[in-house]
Ligand binder design. Structure first.
Ligand SMILES: Nc1ncnc2c1ncn2[C@@H]1O[C@H](COP(=O)(O)OP(=O)(O)O)[C@@H](O)[C@H]1O
Ligand SMILES: [Mg+2]
Length: 300
């Protein structure tokens, strides 16, 4: 019988909730620490993998190993690649004509400063890969931008891809919308006295109803990036919605209570549908294979 294998590198509230949600629905499930053993490509099974590792690169690497054998991974590595890189996300949004904050990419200190001037201050500098609001820098003027750029120049190659956005007057909050299988599930409004509103940084979460306009925009976002479970961060401005970023491994521990929506339940049910598809594929003789998967701390 196929299993839902939840992969993690640090067990957070979310992975525990996902496991509990699967158990309570009778979905065969295990929790597996990817760090325990080396990985190889070769063994066969029809399990579905829910990749929940914290580090973007670890999650992506594990997904690629699994997909090399034809295994189903939620989310697929192509979605991780897009969502895990803010510049890649912005490029995909731009290609799809989806509104987002004005942004520039730059590949030298001089060009980064020129980008800030072009956008007009204040601007926000962001590492292309990162989360929890880490290493975001708000520059209100050229002097601050010069200091940020100089610091980045000493932070290693990843920081030499400068990603610069216009600062958006967002009224003290942003909105995070959760989507499962391309449909909006629920959304929270994150409010903070600080310009960085992540709940990991103290932002307060409350329910934000998803109206038809927002739902339509979210469906366009999903059409542009794909994914079984994604969280879309947006700003509401006087000119309408702007999509700020898309998360492929979103945390949701603070979102089920205010929205009243069982997010973990919706995610494992989507995975269970994929497990059924896998089984049907097996019956047709289209056997899929997957690598052996480190040690299993199967809790079921
Ligand atoms: N251009 C911007 N204008 C205003 N606020 C921003 C801007 N970019 C980010 N923020 C604030 O910082 C938070 C974190 O930014 P985000 O791009 O989502 O990075 P992370 O991946 O670290 O969460 C956002 O939720 C928002 O509150
Ligand atoms: Mg964010």
């Amino acid at each position: 019988m196929s299993r839902l294998r939840i992969l993690y590198s640090r067990l957070r509230a979310e992975e525990k909730q996902l496991f509990a949600a699967a158990e309570s629905r009778g979905i065969p499930c295990s929790l597996e620490d990817i760090r325990t053993e080396p990985w190889s490509i070769g063994s066969h099974d029809t399990d579905v993998f829910l990749a929940r590792c914290i580090g973007h690169l670890q999650n992506l690497s594990v997904a690629r190993m699994l997909e090399a054998e034809g295994a189903t991974v939620v989310n697929p590595s192509a979605v991780m690649e897009l969502c895990g890189d803010k510049l890649a996300t912005s490029a995909a949004l731009a290609a799809a004509g989806i509104p987002q904050p004005a942004f520039r990419a730059a590949f030298s200190e001089e060009a980064a400063l020129e980008a800030a001037e072009q956008l007009g201050f204040p601007v926000v500098f962001k590492p292309v890969t990162g989360s929890w609001g880490r290493l975001l820098a708000l520059a209100s003027n050229r002097e601050t931008a010069e200091a940020i750029v100089e610091h980045k120049a000493h932070l290693g190659p990843a920081h030499q891809v400068y990603y610069i956005q216009s600062y958006v007057e967002k009224g003290g909050f942003d909105v995070r919308a959760f989507m499962v299988e391309g449909r909006p599930l629920c959304a929270i409004r994150r409010t903070s006295d600080h310009w960085i509103t992540n709940t990991a940084r103290g932002g307060r979460a409350e329910n934000h109803p998803v109206d038809a306009e927002l739902a339509d925009l979210l469906e366009r976002v999903h059409a542009a990036v794909g994914g079984v479970f994604i969280a879309v961060d947006l700003f509401l401005t006087s000119a309408g919605w702007l999509v700020n970023e898309i998360n492929d491994g979103a945390e949701f521990r603070n979102s089920s209570a205010p929205t009243g929506v069982d997010i973990a339940g919706a995610v494992v049910e989507a995975c269970a549908r994929r497990m059924k598809e896998e089984k049907r594929g097996e019956k047709r003789g289209a056997k899929r294979s997957a690598p052996s998967c480190g040690s299993s701390s199967s809790g079921s």
